[in-house]
Design a protein around this ligand. Structure first.
Ligand code: NOJ
Length: 572
């Protein structure tokens, strides 16, 4: 028998955490299920569909913002943190949904958007009134420089990050839209307001927070210029990981998070591995985990995301491996291919043609769910929902896409058709079209007129069709989630990459005690021969496997078919 190194990465029972063993499902409420025929998804719609999520097998729901908002950025611009957006329902609807979720053993994680508020929030309405208003210092106000903005920072949504306010003749900072002024976290009163509000939600019984762009809350004291990008402004992520961010999160941990057993995940634009070790340190002083975006930028070019290029798998593997190995034992990863800010993964990293859509959706799922970290499924990903054949700019709703279209075509960076092509590939709206429940009108999402077009492929790709079918993408996700509950190695095993230079195959192993898991994913249409390294395929015994071809199996030398994926559980 061949000798195999036995590594036990599972240190102690105390390393076990429910949020490591969970699968999180993200709901974008506007597009999930409309219960009242106004064309906009709502809380009652979510309650109606909790059994669907239970059947899928997920443990936690992350709700994109449901608070009162003028909807400049679909709820990420909040005007009242303690009331519900009218279009989504009432606080009673929320309480009902929370109770119904808890009854089913599902936890609810709220989106916490506190880098900025809406400009219609009463704090900002006061703040802009005068220089000596008590709320003035709740936001970031600066004098102009030589008659221009205080620095060259760009907003994430095009143009400058500074807006001139006639009334007091000063600029306020908005890293996102001009209707999303940044809060001044250096002001203790602001921090305490935020903590009070979070405690109010915790007292309601919610189970955690996904923290919107939390890496941006602490700004560098001197507001330095940054490196200008394609539109002439420095990236909005330039001020990431500012001087006090860890101090503030540790304070939040003490004043809020330690009061309950929460799941906390920080959205960390611009985070480095070293920084992530602090945010998500396993000593539990800040957050449980972060979303890093390096692997989402593999198909960007010098900070410009509006590209139409396919990923280089070698680069993707290098980045994901860096994060897998880098956080092992010291912090915790979150795993995602999709969210409401990204196009559909099957169109971006897989293949959305009828021939390969299901296979490649399952392949991507295998690749992600077998890594170390907490997996996040974005609504519709479990069906392999695809990008959308949008027509002209009038089909888009997302302000980021619309602003970029006008900015980059007016500057002559791209022609109109070219820019539309890029939007169809990369726009956030690809992920925001209505959830495809069945093949009835509007995909069963609404009886009214949906706020954004429905993907015409809903007759073929929908939940009803997939739920009863053994080999559907939905059923495959169910199996992956179930496996996670049965095999500690998926959660706690250590990760190692094989074949780093292979351009088509992503092959890695997980190891826990005497168990090994081998994961093979073909990211291409190419049929590939693979010779497995020892001990796989010879001395070891396969105790279980999952694969996206019905007759997947292992020998020492294998033919890996287009978009084939398999995970082979070995006892050595
Ligand atoms: C990140 C969110 O995910 C995105 O949807 C939003 O537009 C910005 N933060 C601003 O809140």
């Amino acid at each position: 028998m061949i000798k195999v190194e036995v590594v036990n990465t599972m240190k102690a029972e105390s390393d076990r955490k429910w949020w490591k063993e969970s699968v999180v499902y993200q709901i974008y409420p506007r597009s999930f299920k409309d219960s009242n025929g106004d064309g906009i998804g709502d809380l009652k719609g979510i309650t109606e569909k909790l059994d669907y999520l239970k059947e899928l097998g997920v443990d936690v729901i992350w709700l994109s913002p449901v608070y009162q908002s003028p909807n400049d950025d679909n709820g990420y611009d909040i005007s009242d943190y303690q009331s519900i957006m009218e279009e989504f329902g009432t606080m009673e609807d929320f309480d009902e949904m929370l109770a119904a979720a808890h009854d089913r053993g599902l936890k609810i994680v709220m989106d916490l958007v506190v880098n900025h508020t809406s400009d219609e929030h009463p704090w900002f309405v006061e703040s802009r009134k005068s220089k000596d208003n008590p709320y003035r210092d709740y936001y970031i106000w600066r004098e102009g420089k030589d008659g221009k903005e205080p620095n060259n920072w760009g907003s994430c949504f095009s143009g400058s990050a500074w807006m001139y306010d006639e009334n007091t003749q000063m600029y306020f900072l908005h890293l996102f839209s001009k209707k999303q002024p940044d809060l001044n976290w250096d002001n203790e009163a602001v921090r305490n307001e935020v903590y009070d509000m979070m405690n109010w939600w915790i007292d309601k019984g919610i189970d955690g927070f996904r923290m919107d762009v939390i890496s941006l809350i602490s700004k560098p004291a001197d507001f330095p210029d940054g490196k200008a990008g394609v539109n002439g402004y420095a990236s909005f992520a330039e001020p990431a990981n500012g001087p006090h961010v860890h101090e503030y999160l540790q304070e939040m941990r003490k004043k809020v998070l330690d009061r309950a057993d929460t799941l906390t995940v920080g959205e960390c634009s611009g985070v480095t591995l070293e920084e992530a070790k602090k945010y998500a340190c396993s000593d539990g002083t800040e957050l449980n985990m972060v979303f890093q975006f390096e692997h989402m930028d593999v198909d960007s070019e010098e900070g410009n995301k509006w590209t139409d290029k396919k990923i280089d798998l070698r680069k993707m593997k290098e980045i994901l491996t860096k994060w897998q190995k880098g956080l092992e034992g010291v912090a915790w990863n979150s795993l995602f291919w999709e969210n409401h800010d990204q196009p559909r993964s099957v169109s971006r990293y897989g293949n959305d043609t009828e021939k390969f859509q299901e296979l490649s959706a399952k392949m991507l799922a295998t690749c992600l769910h077998m890594m170390q970290g907490t997996p996040y499924i974005y609504q519709g990903q479990e069906l392999g929902m695809t990008n959308v054949p949008f027509g002209g700019i009038e089909d888009f709703r997302d302000l980021d896409s619309i602003n970029a279209y006008y900015e980059l075509t007016e500057q002559g960076v791209y022609g109109k058709e070219e820019m539309l092509k890029r939007l169809r590939y990369k726009s956030r709206d690809n992920a925001r079209t209505p959830f495809q429940w069945d093949d009835s009108e509007n995909a069963g999402f609404t009886e009214g007129k949906p706020w954004i077009m429905v993907n015409p492929n809903y007759k073929r790709i929908n939940a009803k069709e997939q739920m009863g079918r053994e080999n559907s993408v939905f059923s495959y996700y169910q199996k992956l989630i179930r496996l996670r509950k049965e095999h500690d190695i998926i959660v706690y095993g250590s990760y190692d990459l094989l074949l780093p230079e292979d351009p088509d195959l992503y092959v890695y192993t997980r190891t826990l005690g005497e168990e090994k898991l081998l994961v093979i994913c073909n990211f291409s249409e190419n049929e590939r021969e693979l010779t497995l390294p020892e001990p796989f395929g010879t001395s070891s015994e396969i105790v279980k496997w999952i694969g996206n071809y019905e007759d997947s199996g292992a020998g020492r030398t294998m033919q890996i078919r287009p978009y084939e994926a398999m995970a082979l559980f070995h006892k050595i």
